[in-house]
Design a protein around this ligand. Structure first.
Ligand SMILES: Cc1cc2nc3c(=O)[nH]c(=O)nc-3n(C[C@H](O)[C@H](O)[C@H](O)COP(=O)(O)OP(=O)(O)OC[C@H]3O[C@@H](n4cnc5c(N)ncnc54)[C@H](O)[C@@H]3O)c2cc1C
Length: 334
């Protein structure tokens, strides 16, 4: 039977959008995923919910900050509805600087951040985080940063969609946009870095990212830690996720490499030397969808089709706001 809305892609953008649409409208909705939900970039993510630097891009920074602040409510609603706790933890983050430039830029961020970020002096020792090394350039403490367990978030969103009446069709690739447009009044294309296959002139491209899972007998630090582009996410059971590389030249290849493993492990040990004792228990790669001019994309293709793809390194952070925007657009049509 013809649906009001078809969503193509079961990553964080497709799932969050489907759930929000189902909760906030009476529309009939189907979600089509060619493998299983979370098979793309979303399943590869390390789960960080991080506010962007204000000094870098004011527009995206503000949306991103508002978006991550929706997660406590989302996590609680999902827990009540599905019984699945996605492990939302607002533990905060320590950003360890490696240059004067990083420290100077951070001063600007701190000035516009209403007290949720503060500078840390060189060689600062946290009482609660003795394992984290802050060097000669100092660092930044951010209290808004949080993280989730991504596999549980995907599971919870999929179940919440089903409970809300969304028809979730996995192992169902959509090969032709015209065909899917015949099955639904409105179509949302949320196919990540594979969007060009359905919308040939879109600018979304893959950027390979590799990540590691480390295991220690117990948790030795609680905040996320960042140095340059590498993040550590510490879980209560002693697991630490380390992400990630950025390899735009790799195309659609998702083979993990020994070189990336060594680089990520080495950088993790620089930030928290005790991680040298950790065992590497997993190593994977995923393909981030990078939009044109690096901007996240929500774009009307025509009266029936909306594209929501291109959220690159921050799709998880942006998903609640992207879903809001799509719900508003679709609701205005019906
Ligand atoms: C190593 C790594 C770490 C990351 N860490 C973070 C992080 O900490 N925080 C953060 O905010 N972001 C992070 N990201 C980025 C984040 O993962 C992405 O921005 C986000 O997952 C993009 O979601 P999406 O739904 O647009 O795409 P995807 O998750 O790729 O979903 C697209 C889905 O569409 C399906 N699909 C494709 N074509 C078709 C078709 N024709 N028919 C049906 N289905 C189709 C795919 O199978 C896929 O499941 C990370 C990424 C990587 C690789």
């Amino acid at each position: 039977m013809k649906k009001d809305v078809a969503i193509v892609g079961g990553g964080i953008i497709g799932l969050m959008t489907a759930w929000q649409l189902a909760q906030r409208t009476n529309l009939s909705i189907a979600l089509f995923e060619r493998e299983e939900c979370g098979a793309g970039a979303t399943g590869a993510a390390i789960g960080g919910l991080i506010p962007y630097s204000f000094s870098r891009s004011q527009g995206v920074a503000e949306v991103q900050r508002q978006s991550i602040q929706k997660y406590p409510t989302i996590a609680e609603e999902l827990r009540v509805l599905t019984g699945i706790d996605c492990g939302y933890t607002r533990a905060g983050r320590i950003h360890v600087f490696t240059s004067d430039g990083q420290r100077d830029n951070a001063h600007k961020d701190v000035e516009c951040s209403d007290g949720w970020q503060k500078m840390l002096p060189a060689f600062h020792k946290f009482d609660g985080e003795p394992e984290v090394v802050i060097g000669e350039f100092g660092g930044l403490q951010c209290d808004l940063t949080a993280f989730v367990k991504i596999t549980l978030l995907i599971e919870a969103l999929k179940k919440a969609c089903q409970l809300a009446g969304v028809e979730v069709c996995e192992q169902t690739p959509i090969t032709d946009l015209v065909e899917i447009c015949a099955q639904a009044e409105q179509v949302v294309v949320a196919t990540g870095c594979w969007t060009q296959a359905l919308i040939p002139d879109c600018e979304v491209r893959p950027v390979k990212g590799q990540a590691l899972k480390l295991k220690l007998p117990k948790q030795i630090f609680t905040r996320m830690v960042r140095q340059n582009e590498v993040y550590l996410v510490p879980y209560a059971d002693g697991t630490v996720l380390v992400g990630s590389t950025s390899e735009p030249e790799a195309g659609f290849d998702i083979t993990p490499t020994a070189e990336a493993r060594n680089v990520l492990f080495g950088k993790a040990c620089q930030m928290v030397p005790a991680l040298a004792q950790a065992e590497v228990v997993d190593h994977w790669a995923g393909l981030r969808p990078r939009g044109g001019k690096r901007q996240p994309l929500i774009k009307r293709i025509d009266g029936q089709t909306l594209m929501a793809a291109g959220h690159h390194k921050i799709g998880l952070c942006l998903a609640p706001s992207v879903a809001d925007a799509v719900v508003q657009d679709i609701s205005s049509i019906f």
